[in-house]
Ligand binder design. Structure first.
Ligand SMILES: [Zn+2]
Length: 259
């Protein structure tokens, strides 16, 4: 159900869904520590959609959002966090267009920079495929194929995949990282010479496990390109709790030292 006149991308979360959305306290995904300090607490209705241009994932989720910092390795993450059952509300399909336009695939889109890096560091001749995780509409793999790289993307949202296929994108599969073994087999591939994650790793629930699955398909010298927001950035230092990137979809907040 779309609600709220004049507010973009807003999907009202029904009260029953909120009741079923168990928030689970989780240990640090990097070092396993359960000891942490609280960085930010956003009470229910913190972002009032009558005053801000909000999205369904950062406003009126009907639940408190809490960010903590691991006392041992300093990773900042959401805890407690939403359970899998709530993901449909964090990623509502209603905000995805029914039809894509040239704008979704234009060369100056957000993938242009990463495509340039790939051209610089990945050999077209090397065996293997480039896999774009969380590919949305497959704009990056489509661009890479046009540049002579074998590539495909995987996307969790079946609606994104179906509108992309309708627009003629063939380099896209529906799934999550755990589906990689099945999708690699399906496409007749056995080596990933480059993994790409653009604005994705901060959304994952089990990033280390996911990287291990991907590593099974990589050899020494193969590449991993990760683009994510930086919790040590000037933006965060200035705006703190009002920083644009803090919202319910983001489970992890990395900085340049998290490696
Ligand atoms: Zn830790």
């Amino acid at each position: 159900m779309i609600a709220g006149v004049g507010f973009r991308n807003f999907v009202e979360v029904p009260k029953e869904a909120i009741k079923e959305a168990i928030q689970v306290t989780v240990p640090c995904a990097i070092c396993g520590s359960t000891s942490h300090s609280v960085q930010h607490i956003f009470p229910e209705e913190h972002f009032d959609r009558h005053f801000f241009d909000t999205h369904s994932w950062d406003a009126n989720l009907g639940l408190e959002l809490k960010l903590v910092k691991c006392s041992d390795c300093e990773l900042i993450y959401q805890s407690p966090r939403f359970n899998e059952k709530f993901l449909d509300w964090l990623y509502p399909e209603e905000v995805i267009p029914d039809m894509l336009t040239a704008r979704h695939f234009s060369a100056d889109n957000k993938y242009a920079y990463i495509a340039g890096e790939i051209k610089k560091y990945v050999s077209k001749k090397a065996t293997g495929v480039i896999v774009d995780i969380g590919t949305r509409y497959g704009a990056l793999p489509r661009m890479l194929e046009k540049n002579g790289f074998k590539s495909f993307g995987i996307e969790m949202s079946s609606k994104c995949v179906s509108v992309a296929k309708k627009a003629g994108v063939t380099q896209i599969e529906q799934g999550k990282v755990e589906d990689i073994p099945m999708l690699m087999m399906l496409r007749g591939e056995d080596r990933i010479k480059a993994v790409v994650m653009t604005d994705l790793i901060e959304h994952l629930l089990t990033p280390l496990e996911d990287l291990k699955i991907l590593a099974e398909y990589q050899l020494p010298g193969d590449k991993l390109f990760i683009k994510t927001m930086d919790i040590d950035s000037l933006g965060y230092r200035l705006f703190r709790g009002d920083w644009y990137y803090i919202h319910g979809q983001h489970t992890f907040y990395f900085n340049a030292l998290c490696y």
